[in-house]
Ligand binder design. Sequence first.
Ligand code: SF4
Ligand code: SF4
Length: 92
Amino acid sequence: MPGPARGNVAIDLEECKGCGLCVESCPPKCLELAPELNHYGVHGARYTGHDCTGCGICFYCCPEPGALTVYRLLPPPKAVVAAQGGEHAPAL
Ligand code: SF4
Ligand code: SF4
């Protein structure tokens, strides 16, 4: 079962040139090319909305400055992790 998302990606479709390097480089395959055309007349990349780990590989592959931003999400608070059974609460 996949855990909570650890990353998020924002792609500026008006900066993206649709080269597809980010799509090919993403290990969990959570990026895709959009079916619609942007103002360059190409299919820009977009985030599928799940499974991003925040690894940043797509960011380093993208040749267009400002087209792609990766966010690393904060882990859930310890109390939430314990309540989900992900970690043992201390025995008192
Ligand atoms: S940060 Fe990593 S996991 Fe997230 S979209 Fe980019 S390559 Fe994929
Ligand atoms: S690598 Fe950059 S320019 Fe190429 S498709 Fe991805 S976001 Fe667009």
